[in-house]
Design a protein around this ligand. Structure first.
Ligand SMILES: Nc1ncnc2c1ncn2[C@@H]1O[C@H](COP(=O)(O)OP(=O)(O)O)[C@@H](O)[C@H]1O
Ligand SMILES: [Mg+2]
Length: 230
């Protein structure tokens, strides 16, 4: 598998029907992400950011156009094949963390490794190292309710990268964090991007977060309005 071409959207459209009305959540979007990119997806509320991330992950299908994840056309794959590709190659970070409340930080972080059938001892070793990397040593056994928002989001980051995916998709990962915590999270994402070569695509409408990206893709009404590298 060629790991350089991480994500390619070719002229992707996604229509939603709201009663009589059709909403073009995505309208002819093309986007090409290479290995190691660190990309912010900007745009006002309703501009299509979440839809784009869902389509990129194969969680939602376009009405038109093609989505290639690691050069594999998602349209040509069964649900099972897509799920497998996602499990192996895509990590998610959500605005609301989405941790499992009854599981500890460590158990949440190792969840994807468990699904992948990695043996217990190896899982534990890997997850301990990761939690250390995200600054949560000593908190391995705490449940989400016993962690701050920033700490929960760090667990979510650890979970997202545990299986060393080619691509991490993050939907407004700093939305619920104060700015100090948001910057710390961004530092962490940048470091993981640099050290592991993981490609990041994260949506935000925070201009301070945007400044840290090396490439900014701006959506407006479901279209790419600007795509700038810095
Ligand atoms: N499941 C859905 N059903 C109907 N309309 C939707 C659905 N999801 C998104 N939309 C519409 O698509 C547009 C883009 O939404 P979204 O991708 O969530 O934008 P953003 O994440 O930038 O706020 C909006 O007009 C939204 O109302
Ligand atoms: Mg959204």
């Amino acid at each position: 598998m060629n790991r350089e071409n991480v994500l390619k959207l070719e002229n992707v459209s996604r229509l939603y029907h709201q009663g009589e009305q059709a909403v073009r959540a995505l309208d002819g979007v093309s986007l090409d992400l290479k290995r190691g990119e660190f990309v912010a997806l900007m745009g006002p509320s309703g501009s299509g950011k979440t839809t784009l991330l869902n389509v990129a992950a194969g969680l939602d299908s376009p009405d038109q156009g093609r989505v290639l994840l690691l050069e594999q056309d998602l349209a040509g794959m069964s649900l099972r094949q897509r799920a497998r590709l996602r499990l192996n190659e895509v990590g998610f970070i959500f605005q609301s963390y989405n941790l499992v409340p009854v599981l500890s930080a460590e158990e949440n972080a190792e969840f994807v490794l468990l699904l992948r059938g990695i043996p217990t001892a190896e899982r534990r070793r890997k997850v301990r190292a990761l939690l250390q990397e995200v600054g949560l040593t000593g908190m391995e056994h705490r449940r989400p309710a016993e962690l701050s928002g920033g700490q929960q989001q760090r667990v979510a980051v650890a979970r997202a990268i545990a299986a060393e995916p080619a691509l991490v998709l993050a939907d407004e990962p700093t939305a619920n964090l104060d700015s100090e915590t948001a910057f710390a999270l961004l530092d962490l994402m940048e470091r993981l991007n640099r050290e592991h070569g993981t490609t990041f695509l994260f949506s935000t409408h925070d201009p301070r977060v945007m400044k840290r990206a090396r490439r900014i893709v701006r959506l407006l009404d479901g279209k790419v309005d600007r795509d700038e590298r810095r």
